[in-house]
Design a protein around this ligand. Structure first.
Ligand code: DP6
Length: 398
């Protein structure tokens, strides 16, 4: 019987996602129910992921959690919601009981690491909560709708429970049972699509999304208009663009929706400005580049911070990266400028160079992560990759 083993552990990974139709604003703070539906692209875990090990043992005295090697407060309300929900689902599934499953009365130890800098402002809560919920579900043998549980950790986390292109239906029910994520198309659907994460040199820490969206809901008439009158049509249009692999439509709508989200932030009182001078330079550069070619070859989107996420197609990656290097000459800070997928060097034509009417800004971009659309959470079978040792404590504890 599993309960007689000293320690039962499971390790999983989960991806980040980037929204192309943004979620901003809740109608229920506790259950994390949004005021509009949203749609995102799951990014590949070869470049960006969270890894989590969850273990139970009869020797554990209390639930404990370590994030990036540092012990954190397990009493955090959102963490408690996820733990409680998974245990509730496990109990429900076992009523009638089978003797082989792990005992629910045992305490759990959880260790989680991001392979990207949390400070880089890359949706770490989405990957983090998706990974937590997926791993706990594996541990307790829960198979039900898990995006609904991940949503209670962080709204955007529900979309990281699936790979490819994912929509989060806002739902209507007060209990949130219909506020769930659904795959629009799998990761194999649009193989030419590429993603460049441009990590800019941030001068200050932006307002956290949870607090920011609360103020927006309270004060921005534009946000209300957006949620009620703009997003429903955009969701349908975005689904069509993805299904038809229409980059022109996809790129334009992605940029418009990012811009409208940032407009609602400015319409918030007091206003919230997530974009920096570098973000605005990137916006200008993308429009110059597209105007030069007379079509949408690259598109930007920005979340609650100054980093840009660029969508483009495989045949344009090398040239656009060369443009980035031209306008934002890398500073020698010891970091590798280009991370992730390999990108060939490219020569820029004189016509393109003169079309880029943007002043160079050395060091404005710290580094670039080249990635693509990827799958949802995965179980790691190799016990070497477990983050908790046989004593139930993190192997990397500081
Ligand atoms: C701008 O999911 O981080 O990235 O639900 O309060 O945890 P909470 O907020 P969070 O908000 C994400 C906002 C966004 C847009 C998006 O991902 O859709």
């Amino acid at each position: 019987m599993a309960s007689e083993k000293p320690l039962v552990a499971i390790t999983c990974t989960a991806p980040t996602n980037i929204a192309v139709i943004k979620y901003w604003g809740k109608r229920d703070e506790k259950l994390i129910l949004p005021i509009n539906s949203s749609l995102s692209v799951t990014l590949h875990q070869n470049q960006l992921k969270t890894t989590t090990t969850a273990a139970i043992s009869r020797d554990f005295k209390e639930d404990r959690i370590w994030l990036n090697g540092k012990e954190e407060d397990v009493g955090h309300p959102r963490l408690q919601s996820c733990l409680r929900e998974i245990r509730r689902l496990a109990r429900k599934r076992r009523s009638g009981s089978d003797g082989d499953s792990v005992p629910l009365s045992y305490k759990v130890h959880i260790a989680s690491v991001n392979d990207f800098p949390t400070a880089a402002g890359l949706a770490s809560s989405a990957a983090g909560y998706a990974c937590l919920v997926y791993t706990l579900a594996q541990l307790y043998g829960v198979e039900s709708e898990l995006s609904e549980v991940a949503r209670q950790g962080s709204g955007s986390a529900c979309r990281s429970m699936l790979g490819g292109f994912v929509q989060w239906h806002m739902g209507e029910r007060p209990d949130g049972k219909d506020s769930i994520a659904q795959q629009v198309a799998p990761e194999s659907h649009w193989p030419e699509l590429r993603v460049l994460v441009l990590v800019v040199s941030a001068e200050r820490k932006p307002v956290a999304s949870t607090a920011g969206m609360q103020t927006s809901v309270e004060t921005s008439p534009l946000l209300k208009f957006r949620a009620e009158s703009v997003v429903p049509g955009r969701m349908a249009e975005m689904v069509r663009c993805i299904k038809e692999r229409d980059f022109e439509g996809f790129g334009q709508l992605t940029m418009k929706d990012s811009n409208q989200f940032h407009a609602t932030c400015l319409d918030t009182f007091p206003p919230i400005c997530y974009l920096s001078d570098t973000s605005r330079q990137i916006i200008g550069l993308v429009h110059c580049f597209n105007a030069h070619y007379g079509k949408t070859k690259v598109a930007y989107t920005f979340d609650a911070g100054p980093n840009a996420v660029i969508f483009t197609l495989e045949d344009t990656v090398a040239e656009f990266v060369a443009v980035i290097k031209q306008i934002f000459p890398p500073e020698m800070n010891g970091d590798k400028f280009l991370k992730g997928l390999a990108v060939e060097p490219a020569e820029l034509s004189e016509e393109l160079k003169s079309a880029l009417a943007v002043e160079p800004s050395p060091g404005g971009i710290r580094y670039v992560i080249a990635t693509q659309v990827g799958p949802g959470p995965q179980v790691l079978e190799d016990p070497q990759q477990q983050l908790l040792g046989p004593n139930g404590l993190p192997k990397l504890a500081s």
